[in-house]
Design a protein around this ligand. Structure first.
Ligand SMILES: C[S@@+](CC[C@H](N)C(=O)[O-])C[C@H]1O[C@@H](n2cnc3c(N)ncnc32)[C@H](O)[C@@H]1O
Length: 214
């Protein structure tokens, strides 16, 4: 099923190809996409939720630029919980409350155990899974073990008639204390306690107790 969706995304020009620029350190086995890809199993009511009627007030006038971020392998400090994986870093100072990029992937409503599946609607069970296709957003780590608190957050936005999940710098007043994200700083969100609790119980069922790095 996912293979067919990847092929469809490639045909529609949303996927990577040698003619398109793919960011540095992008894994070759993952499809790089520039817009949402919709699972062909989504129902018409789920699709209507994902395409709300646009209104001039709602329509986002800001287009994020992927030049704001870079994907980096994590080689230090040795205590970094995602050591030897990748993370997403700011290439310049990002002001408080500003949009960084959208989290892209496959919009779906199937159960998923993917580590790259971000919930868009809990009520409808719709998620954005970036395990097989996505953009730089899939490299954003959870702040735990990296810094005292998150410096970014996921927040929905409407782009034209598309419902998307934006990644925003924490605004003034939240735990970022209004400073924004400095050049070279790792961009971290909170995945929520549920993400880590879920993984904890999976390991207990397997009878395996690993390090924090999953
Ligand atoms: C959405 S991915 C983030 C990108 C990932 N580091 C990579 O290189 O593909 C989520 C996975 O990253 C790792 N991760 C992210 N934040 C972490 C943290 N604070 N502590 C431990 N592992 C983390 C876990 O393996 C998690 O399942």
């Amino acid at each position: 099923m996912r293979q067919r969706e990847i092929k469809t995304a490639q045909r529609k020009g949303k996927g990577s190809s040698s003619a398109h620029h793919v960011p540095k350190n992008w894994p070759p086995e993952i499809l790089y996409i520039r817009g949402p890809v919709y699972s062909n199993r989504l129902t018409s009511s789920e699709l209507s939720y994902l395409h709300p009627a646009s209104s001039p007030k709602q329509a986002a006038s800001i287009t994020p630029s992927t030049a704001l971020v870079k994907i980096c392998p994590i080689a230090s400090p040795p205590t970094h919980p995602a050591l030897h994986q990748h993370g997403l870093f700011a290439t310049r100072h990002l002001p408080p409350g500003s949009l960084i990029l959208d989290y892209l992937g496959l919009y779906h409503s199937q159960p998923s155990a993917s580590d790259y599946d971000l919930s868009l609607s809990r009520d409808l069970g719709i998620g954005i899974d970036a395990v097989a296709m996505g953009n730089e957003g899939r490299f954003i780590n959870d702040y735990r073990g990296i810094r005292n608190g998150p410096n970014a957050e996921f927040r929905e936005r409407i782009v034209g008639s598309e419902r998307r999940m934006g990644v925003w710098v924490l605004p003034v007043g939240k735990s970022g204390k209004g400073k924004g994200i400095g050049k070279g700083e790792e961009i971290c969100v909170s995945y929520g306690k549920g993400f880590w609790k879920g993984r904890e119980s999976e390991r207990e069922v397997d009878g395996i107790y690993e390090d924090v790095g999953l």
